[in-house]
Design a protein around this ligand. Structure first.
Ligand SMILES: O=CC(=O)O
Length: 332
């Protein structure tokens, strides 16, 4: 007897929302690939193992199996695949145009990641301003404050948020508690309600006026290396930079040089251009506070992210529409 459950491809693992995932079993039949890398995955797909799949759930780490979701990969997937639900806010591992060409609707996570990522963001800002990493490194080496320079207070400093989206706005709320002056730049100015007191400035003004710059914008072809040598040259001497977005929005070689010249006094990074590799010039510099992409590395947020992604799949199966389509496909 043939089942009328929709076939769903699981790319990656469900780690928290186990009961929500098993209840999806009422309306879905789950297919798990056996491939360990992209070549095997493409082979598996071409062999017909995924025929009839209607939707897919994918995680950030599943890139190790599929590689980037690009034209080459998408063209090997069955035409029955209509929905791709990504467990993450940033979807730079997916080529939206390739998906649109193949009539695949993509969703990402909106809002569920904002608070946890903004918490890491404020931790990095305070840590970088106050030279906490240098203090911690010295302490573990048995030295009490040896060579650790005086830090700077956040109070009264100008924070430039590049990309005042959900995470940027959650960061703004947190920095208000530290009496920082917040300026921001987006391609389009936000409404006063969303600005919540942040001053809208041009990109160049953000670079030249900020004491601390926070990168909170998505990675795509327009934002790759949006911060590089030319942009560093427009910043204040001794600027502090924090990145919780994606490593490749900043040119890491240029950052290492800007740290060496003193243009950048200290920085805090949760993301890197070539994760899990970290540029040796960043690893060896105690003025750089480093975290291994832990923006959402906490039980409650990861559970909420999985539930959000499962909700998108459920909505695709039951209504034919995604709850949170990526902006490139909004209204399609
Ligand atoms: O990096 C985390 C995310 O994109 O959700």
């Amino acid at each position: 007897m043939s089942s009328n459950k929709k076939k769903i491809l699981l790319l990656g693992e469900i780690e928290h929302a186990h009961s929500e995932w098993s209840s999806l079993g009422d309306i879905a039949e789950i297919i798990v690939p056996t491939a360990c890398d992209r070549a095997e995955f493409i082979q598996e797909s071409k062999s017909g193992a995924f025929d009839g799949v209607f939707g897919a759930y994918r995680t950030f780490l599943s890139e190790a199996i599929t590689g980037r979701i690009d034209e080459e990969l998408v063209s090997t997937l069955p035409k029955s695949l209509k929905f791709l639900c990504h467990n993450g806010a940033g979807y730079d591992q997916i080529d939206p145009e390739a998906c649109t060409r193949h009539d695949i609707r993509v969703s990402n996570i909106q809002t569920a990641v904002d608070d946890a990522t903004a918490d890491v963001n404020i931790f990095l800002i305070i840590g970088a301003l106050r030279n906490f990493n240098q203090g911690m490194v010295q302490l573990r080496e048995g030295n009490w404050l040896e060579g650790v320079p005086m830090g700077h207070d956040p109070e009264g400093k100008t924070l430039g948020i590049l990309g005042l989206g959900g995470i940027g706005r959650a960061l703004k709320k947190r920095t208000d508690a530290f009496d920082m002056k917040v300026i921001y730049h987006n391609r389009t100015r936000l409404s006063p309600v969303l600005e919540n007191g942040a001053e809208y400035v041009s990109f160049d003004d953000l670079l030249s006026r900020s004491d601390v710059i926070s990168l909170n914008l998505p990675l795509n072809s327009a934002t790759r290396h949006i911060i590089s040598t030319k942009e560093f040259s427009k910043m204040k001497d001794g600027v502090v930079i924090v990145n919780t977005a994606r490593g490749a929005v900043m040119d890491e070689d240029a950052l290492v040089q800007a740290l060496a010249s003193g243009k950048v006094r200290s920085c805090g990074l949760d993301v890197f251009e070539d994760e899990p590799k970290v540029h040796p010039g960043l690893l060896s510099n105690p003025r750089v506070m480093l975290i291994p992409h832990m923006g959402t590395h906490c039980h409650e947020t990861r559970t909420a992210m999985e539930c959000w992604t499962i909700d998108n799949l459920r909505s695709a199966i039951t209504t034919g529409k995604l709850k949170s389509p990526i902006p490139e496909q909004a209204g399609m």
